[in-house]
Design a protein. Sequence first.
Length: 227
Amino acid sequence: MWVELNQLIEAVAYYGVAIAVLRLLWARWRHVVVPAGLYVASYVIAQYVSPKLTTYIFWTVPSGNIPFVATLALMDIIVVKWGLSVGRAVVFTGFAAQVLLITANQLAILAPPAPHFELQEAYAQLLGATVRIAIASPLAYLAAELINVQLTWLYRRVPWQRTLFSDPIGLVIDTLVFVPVAFYGEVPNQVLIDMVVGLTAIKLSLIPFNILVIYATRRVIGDEQAG
């Protein structure tokens, strides 16, 4: 079961930790910076774990989809509680974080290694893969998240409705852009197709769970809505 359903099990674990951290921080600082910071953090974390390919039922998938899907629940509460303009600002902040990530990775690769540092080639190979994913992710991210934010705002009054409308559209767009740009030429074409199908399947299968996470998040920081 662990082999076939590890992504669902990991989703439960990651979401549980994310809500616990949100609760702790929100108890001290009741400000949009708390969910916004966790949103950007989850988005950046997704880039570092995505090079690890794992399995979900029949398909090969990157490990980064779990922290990425968690951003949907965080963005949901940001848009509903603080409004469309704040949601868009957080999306572009996440994009800026990716620019910084790409810059830092490239500078680390170009920096001359210490005389006895024997892992330069492996280090460059790992960061190089991460850079490609970090390039693919902002392209997919902007297309998917700006649409998701807009749809979340339009359907902000009913949590299950906005999740069922906005999440599938945003997740499918993200997958169709992200996987080819990040992995084309790096893996066999059949694996690439498996990744598209598998990522779509895992993301869509998490939507009912996302509804529960959204309700849990609203219980933590309140359910007041922007006008």
